[in-house]
Design a protein around this ligand. Sequence first.
Ligand code: ZN
Length: 397
Amino acid sequence: MAIQVIQNVRFADGRRGSIVIDDGTIIATGESIPPERTMTVIDAGDRLALPGFVDAHAHMDKSLLGLDWYANEGGWTLQDMVDRERRYRVDKQIDFATQIRRVGRRMIATGTTATRTFIDIDTDIGLNAFHGALEAREALATGLSMQIVAFPQSGMLVRPGTVELMEESLRSGADVVGGLDPSSMDRDPKGHLDTIFGMAERYDKDVDIHLHEPGDLGAFSIELIAERTRALGMRGRVVISHAFSLGGVTDPYLGQLIDLLLENDIAIMSHGPSGGRPAPPVKRLHDAGVRLCAGNDGIRDTWGPLNMPDMLLRAFLITYRNNFRRDDEIAIALAMCMEGGAEVIGLGHYGLVAGSPADLVIVGGQNPLEAMVERPDRWLVMKRGVVVAREGDCLVA
Ligand SMILES: [Zn+2]
């Protein structure tokens, strides 16, 4: 592949210059362009260049994007929502591969170049969603890196047969072991956590646990997760997603929980939840040194119609939820959608620096904050040097 140069870009720090790409890898950034071999030149027209966004918490299999409007008229307990969704998907015979591709193409169009997606595994749908995810992952590969989390959305120990299905997925392409509310879903925190950490150890996989449990109950689960992380030497390989309880305990207890997270290098995913639910105090966690990432969570599904697969919108929502106003605070929300996510899900080389894959977004805006507020169509999205979206349209079939 010839050398590619994207010239006339603004960088996040205000510098202007070029990005030089050789065979899908960034080899230089800055003012001067090396006068080398045949070059393909893209003129970015003084637009902003950002690294490809990372949606570190998606549920691509749940999305109803492109289907008839879902009239949501159900009950509001977690169990209601889980049951309603499971019934709907069976009744409507949702084609998981198609839905995941739809979401993936929208992700690519908005500049997301890597995602970690939870995929439901239960005794009704079995591995159908998982197999759809494998098919879609292959179809989307030129534009999107996809990690798959084996996720027991409907409960694990309360639904015998689920663990065996999860194990089968881990043997055949799932990347991460998912868990869910060990006390309130399975009503057996020790059993639930021992089972998922046992799987992680057997298959040498990382762990990502949904924790909606409130206050002291969720905090107790965090303690149990930290104990197992330490016992199995899984420092740096565990994410707690949502972790609402971090926003619902006393300040001294929060300090103790932060110490536990730091000791075991457990990362926190927050999507800036809506409504009156307590939420993790993002700035406090960031300032303490806890690794943070973000994701769009469910996108237009039976749980709710609002979310869209756009990480600039996600950064906006985290900013809104945390009442950030200062530039340095908003930068925390943006970092969660870029380098924070890349680091937490283990992407390796990342960013607009020599040696990183040329995964990048060119978008209007004076700086990342203005791009987040304005959210114009992404002018160009590149994955490993290949242009995969233009003017808001995904070019991956
Ligand atoms: Zn989720």
